[in-house]
Design a protein. Structure first.
Length: 364
C-alpha cells in the first residue's frame, strides 16, 4: 500500500498496544515509524531494474525476518524510553505487529510480497485491494490525527482507535468478498460464452473496490472484463488484446523473461516497439495499470530478422492515465458503462499490426 496508509496503520497499532503506557501521541509516532520501516528496502541497490522490480517487498517484508529483528528494535525502544523499561512484552508485541501488519497488508495488493522469505520465495499477491484506497485509509488517518493531539490516554481514545482498526479490517473483508463475487460472475459469463480460460484474475480498478477488472488469459489473447460488484450483464464491458505469445518462442532462455513471467504469475504480454537501436521486445505486467498504461514495462531483447538477442533490461516509462480515464471510471462505477477510448485505441493499433510484416517478423 501507499506510504501514508502504512504510517497510519502502524500508528493505529502502536496506539492500541502502547497508548496507555506511552501516551497516544508518542505511541502514534513510534508506531508510524515502525510501520514504514519495511519499505526502506527501496534503498537497496540491485543489478538492474528487473531485479529491483522482483526484489522489492523481499526480506524486509518477511514475517520471519521481522520476528528475528523484533527483539533488537524492541530492546532499543525499552532502553531509549524510560517509561517502557519494565514493559518488554507489550513493546515487543507492538514492534512485531507494526512490522507484520505492513507486510500482510502489502500481501493483499497485487504486486507480490515474499512473506516467508527465505524459506519460500513465493510472492504472495491476493489482489483484493488497490494500492491506494481512501476508504481503508480514512478511519486510520482520523484516529492517528486524534492521537497526535492527545498527550494522555483516555477512554474515548481507546474507543476511537478500536473503531478505526475494526472498520479498516472490515473493509478488507469486504474487498475479499467482492473479489470472490466478481470472480464468480466472470466465470459464469465465460462459461456461457464458451470461453475456456487458462487463468482469470480479478483486481480492483484504481482507488475503489466497486468496479473490478478481470484479466482472462485465453490462448493467444487476453480479455479485460470490467465488472461492477452489483448490476446486470449490461454493466459489463469487455476488451480483447493480443498476448504476443509468438514473441515468447523467440526468447527461449532469456533470463529476464523467465524471471518476469514467474513474478507476474503469467499475466503479461509481449510487444515489439521501436527502440534506441531497432525493434525491441517489451514485457508488460498486465496486473498493474490499465491497458495500455501499464506501470511496469521492460525492454528485454533486441529483435530483427535473425531472431532475438537479450539486452540489459530497461524500465520504460509509459503513458499515464488522463482525465478521460477518470470520467470513464466514474461513469462505469455509476452503472453508465461507456467505452474506454485509450483501451479501444490500443486494440485497434495491435489489430492493425497483426497483418503487417512487422508482426510477421515476430515469428522465429
Amino acid at each position: 500500500m501507499d506510504s501514508l496508509t502504512q504510517i497510519v496503520l502502524g500508528a493505529g497499532v502502536g496506539v492500541a498496544v502502547l497508548g496507555r503506557r506511552l501516551g497516544p501521541r508518542r505511541a502514534a509516532i513510534a508506531g508510524g515509524l515502525l510501520g514504514t520501516l519495511p519499505d526502506l528496502d527501496v534503498l537497496v541497490r540491485f543489478d538492474d531494474p528487473v531485479d529491483a522490480f522482483i526484489g522489492h517487498r523481499g526480506f524486509s517484508h518477511s514475517l520471519l525476518v521481522q520476528a528475528a529483528v523484533t527483539p533488537l528494535l524492541g530492546e532499543g525502544m525499552v532502553r531509549f524510553i524510560k517509561v517502557l523499561r519494565q514493559q518488554r512484552p507489550p513493546v515487543y508485541l507492538a514492534v512485531y505487529l507494526c512490522l507484520a501488519t505492513h507486510a500482510l497488508l502489502d500481501g493483499l495488493t497485487i504486486y507480490g510480497t515474499k512473506l516467508l522469505w527465505p524459506l519460500s520465495m513465493e510472492p504472495y499477491a491476493v489482489g483484493s485491494v488497490f494500492i491506494i484506497d481512501a476508504l481503508y485509509t480514512l478511519p486510520l488517518l482520523v484516529a492517528t490525527i486524534w492521537a497526535l493531539c492527545l498527550p494522555k490516554w483516555s477512554r474515548r481514545m481507546g474507543t476511537v482507535i478500536t473503531a478505526a482498526l475494526v472498520l479498516s479490517t472490515a473493509y478488507q473483508a469486504w474487498c475479499l468478498a467482492a473479489q470472490q463475487i466478481v470472480t464468480a460472475r466472470a466465470g459464469e459469463m465465460l462459461e456461457q460464452a464458451g470461453v475456456s480460460a487458462e487463468k482469470i484474475l480479478a483486481i480492483p480498478t484504481p482507488f475503489n473496490s466497486y468496479l473490478w477488472r478481470v484479466i482472462v488469459l485465453d490462448s493467444e489473447r487476453y480479455l479485460n472484463l470490467y465488472i461492477p460488484v452489483l448490476g446486470g450483464r449490461e454493466q459489463i464491458t469487455v476488451y480483447e488484446h493480443p498476448r504476443g505469445r509468438a514473441l515468447a518462442t523467440c526468447l527461449d532462455g532469456n533470463p529476464n523473461l523467465d524471471k518476469l513471467a514467474w513474478f507476474s504469475r503469467g499475466y503479461f504480454r509481449l510487444d515489439l516497439h521501436r527502440g534506441l537501436r531497432g525493434d525491441e521486445v517489451v514485457f508488460s505486467d498486465l496486473r498493474m495499470g490499465l491497458t495500455p498504461n501499464y506501470a511496469f514495462r521492460f525492454a528485454i531483447a533486441r529483435h530483427d530478422a535473425g531472431g532475438s538477442q537479450a539486452i540489459p533490461p530497461r524500465h520504460l516509462g509509459g503513458p499515464r492515465g488522463t482525465w478521460a480515464d477518470v470520467e470513464w471510471l466514474l461513469a462505469n462505477m455509476g452503472h453508465d458503462p461507456v467505452m474506454r477510448l485509450a483501451e479501444a485505441k490500443a486494440w485497434l493499433r495491435t489489430a492493425g499490426l497483426s497483418t503487417t510484416a512487422r508482426s510477421q517478423a515476430a515469428v522465429c
